[in-house]
Design a protein around this ligand. Structure first.
Ligand code: AP5
Length: 591
């Protein structure tokens, strides 16, 4: 599946068409006006017969598909990818043994054609022996023909070595052949070369050996082992180069379902990881099937949402991009509330929402708030949109700069022609007395501490009064900002932190840059409930266009080390100090 094309999602909001400001806000400077053109968002048993007379390299006998025979979920569709000798074939043996999938290896199919001396084999031979890719039309015809067979439909498939180019990936897309999961094995180059050069094949059992890593069991087997003609150091280098040249473009086609695995471990360890991924995919498929159409509907909504917009480096972001984010936040928040979430937090820091830049960014924030409020109102909920009032006394009295005038802007905003404002949507401040019995849900606009003044007490009183009604904090900033007296440092800091932590992220989005810069955007970290944190890296597709692919996912917000390692292609357990590259994110990601 291609990542979403990020067309703006149409909101179901009925309060559409008005423009946010019925006047030109006097606050706007020309440099910032583009951020504030505010309109409401419209909103292996396997001796498998394969192509021609060939058979696959996996010939070990087992009792067949163990997992699937007991379950009735739709069959698994798996792609495995990785550099030459990364261990694809070795893992495929194990996968087939356990999951009973039909293993389709283009390398094996081609080698079988070559050894049978077919026309296809004769054509393919020179490319293979030179370590080059065999022309697409030959390989694609082989793969699609094999995929159309009945055993594949019944048992599921495990595609190994295909697609190997952007156009091959496109061919599959065009045929609507979409895997459930795309596994990538990562192995350092120097190890790959050693693995290739030491690889030996048993022409009888089709088993893969390695002179050092997996020597043959008997002298008899050893005597009959063969070496692949493309397994010389020189040819491996050329194959590796071709792989690297194509890898990013292919990844971009499957980034939403990609699972990267460190392939530089014993094969059993690697298989353990693959096993748990595939078991999870099977479980998810089964759950979806059981939950029936309602879940599959919502999951198809999510599928449409996978991926992030392109052109993130075009700043200010276009309305389409802003609409994407508003709707992305909305969907995540709704899913979270539907699952019973009541103390929720949205943290989104695209440039237009970065309060460090200038106070005018509040306009984008209010557009986001309006999208949420109108949509919940659309669902029949009474929504209270709350902005904190003035805090403190004496010299410390006042309110955070970012929020100055916000309440008035909210009141002046165009909330549509259908009377949502004051009927379904009310404006309030933060505190217990702003909670009415009629309120169903509270959206708190950037609640924040000011120098020497703490909002948490009011916030806590408000959430106590709200009980089990959802309270959603949009871009809260609840860290202490001590005044010169150090007042906030000394009074109940632990308690405040504990309370702030009771709000769970239902949405998180942050752009990533090189250390010390704010341009160009190199990637992003996104979490949209209930899915994992997704780390995106910018790649340029073959036409040179900006595009973002998922390079890793995490169950929790990743640390700066994890982000660094993923960007540098390092395995997860190889931590290093966060300096230089991405270093500046340290504070941001670990807060
Ligand atoms: P193909 O056969 O697919 O070659 P490849 O992708 O280069 O992959 P390999 O088969 O070399 O390695 P592998 O990842 O399967 O590793 P293995 O498990 O064997 O394709 C060959 C050629 O066909 C291509 O160059 C091209 O010409 C053509 N072709 C194929 N598909 C095409 C397509 N789609 N389009 C165009 N042309 C196409 O392991 C390697 C060695 O490492 C073994 O000795 C093994 O014992 C050892 N090993 C494995 N795992 C471990 C481990 N964990 N630790 C230590 N050693 C290990």
């Amino acid at each position: 599946m291609m990542p979403t094309s990020h067309s703006p999602i149409q909101s179901t909001n009925v309060y559409s068409t008005p423009s946010l400001f019925p006047f030109s806000p006097p606050l706007l400077s020309s440099s910032s006006s583009s951020f504030l053109s505010l309109e409401p968002s419209s909103h292996r048993l396997c001796s498998l017969h394969v192509y021609s007379n060939a058979h696959l390299r996996i010939t070990h006998k087992s009792n067949g598909p163990k997992l699937r025979s007991s379950l009735k979920e739709p069959p698994l569709k798996v792609m495995i990818s990785g550099a030459p000798a990364s261990g694809k074939g070795t893992q495929c043996e194990l996968i087939v043994k356990k999951f009973g999938l039909v293993h389709i290896s283009t390398g094996d199919l081609l080698r079988a054609e070559v050894s049978s001396g077919t026309e296809i084999g004769n054509k393919a031979k020179e490319f293979m022996n030179a370590g080059k890719l065999v022309p697409d039309e030959i390989v694609t015809a082989m793969v699609t023909s094999r995929l159309s067979r009945d055993d594949v439909k019944e048992k599921g498939w495990l595609l190994d070595g295909y697609p190997r180019s952007f156009s091959q990936a496109q061919s599959l897309q065009n045929l609507n052949i979409i895997p459930d999961v795309y596994i990538v094995l990562d192995v350092p180059d120097e190890i790959l070369i050693d693995r290739c050069v030491g690889r030996r094949l048993d022409p009888v059992t089709k088993k893969i050996y390695h002179v050092k890593n997996f020597p043959p069991e008997t002298e008899e087997i050893k005597a009959r082992l063969t070496t692949r003609p493309d397994d010389t150091a020189e040819k491996v280098k050329s194959r590796l180069e071709i792989y690297k040249k194509n890898a990013d473009a292919i990844l971009s086609s499957y980034s939403n379902i990609m699972k990267r695995i460190d392939g530089n471990h014993p094969k059993e360890v690697i298989f353990g990881e693959i096993d748990s991924i595939l078991s999870q995919v099977l479980n998810d498929k089964e759950k979806k099937r059981k939950l029936g159409s309602s879940l599959s509907q919502s999951s198809s909504i999510q599928d449409n949402w996978r991926g992030i917009p392109t052109k993130l480096n075009n700043i200010p972001h276009s309305r389409d991009i802003r609409n994407y984010f508003y709707d992305d936040v909305l969907q995540a928040t709704k899913r979270s509330i539907n699952d019973g979430g009541i103390r929720l937090k949205v943290e989104i820091n695209i440039p237009e929402l970065n309060p460090e830049m200038d106070v005018y960014r509040i306009g984008t924030l209010l557009e986001l708030v309006r999208t949420l409020a109108l949509s919940f109102a659309d669902d029949g909920k009474s929504v209270k949109v709350c902005v904190q009032g003035s805090m403190g006394e004496g010299a410390l009295a006042g309110m955070p700069l970012q929020l100055a005038g916000t309440r008035q802007i909210l009141e002046y905003m165009d909330w549509g022609e259908y009377g949502a404002m004051e009927t379904f949507i009310k404006i309030g401040a933060i505190g217990a007395k702003h909670v009415d019995d009629t309120d169903d849900l509270f959206i708190l606009v950037a609640p924040q501490n000011a120098v020497g003044n703490c909002i948490i007490e009011d916030l806590q009183a408000m959430t106590d009064a709200a009980g089990d009604r959802p309270v959603i904090l949009i871009n809260p900033r609840l860290k202490d900002l001590p005044g010169s007296s150090g007042i906030m440092q000394t009074m109940g800091r632990d308690k405040r932190l504990k309370y702030a932590a009771t709000f769970q992220n239902c949405y998180f989005f942050r752009l990533l840059y090189y250390a010390g810069t704010q341009y160009p955007i190199m990637g992003a970290l996104r979490m949209s409930y209930p899915y994992r944190y997704e780390l995106y890296k910018r790649v340029n597709d073959p036409s040179g266009k900006e595009k973002y692919v998922i390079i890793s996912t995490y169950p929790q917000k990743p640390t700066i080390d994890e982000v660094n390692n993923a960007f540098e292609g390092k395995p997860r357990n190889e931590n290093k100090k966060a300096v230089g590259f991405w270093g500046f994110l340290n504070g941001i990601l670990q807060n």
